[in-house]
Unconditional design. Structure first.
Length: 146
């Protein structure tokens, strides 16, 4: 289901028509300019999520994904999601790409990928680390810009 698109084919028109999560695997000034021009507002998630967890200590690790949905849904307009590395914490057991797909059903979203693209897989960290994750793009309804 996932799609790969070269950054040279990425445009404001494509962005406006998209109805799924768009993952930027390349972060050139041209791409950032298109995202800004299309009215996407940057949301740096780590700090907001950490503050939410510290404020409400009753939030259980298995419900962190729900908190992310609440945070993102409370923002106006299309979202450019950055700084979300804490979602990979193994205590939360989150399928981060599936969470992005869920978010895209609620709000237009572009995600700046914080890992690498390797052989049709979005990869975060390396196998030596407990927060390592590898996601096969074809298993998700996303568009990756390379």
């Amino acid at each position: 289901m996932g799609t790969l698109i070269k950054s040279s084919q990425f445009s404001k028109k494509l962005l406006e028509k998209a109805n799924m999560a768009i993952v930027l695997c390349s972060s050139t000034p041209r791409l950032k300019s298109i995202i800004t021009e299309a009215g996407f507002k940057e949301l740096s998630l780590n700090k907001i999520l950490a503050e939410t967890i510290l404020k409400d200590t009753s939030i259980k690790p298995q419900f962190i994904g729900d908190e992310v949905i609440k945070i993102v849904s409370s923002k106006e307009g299309p979202i450019f999601l950055t700084d979300y590395e804490m979602l990979f914490d193994p205590r939360y057991s989150i399928d981060v790409i599936r969470l992005f797909c869920e978010l895209s059903r609620r709000v237009k979203i572009v995600i700046k990928w914080c890992g690498e693209l390797d052989d049709n897989h979005l990869v975060y960290a390396t196998p030596a680390y407990t927060d390592f994750h590898s996601y096969n793009i074809s298993d998700y309804d996303i568009t990756c810009i390379i």
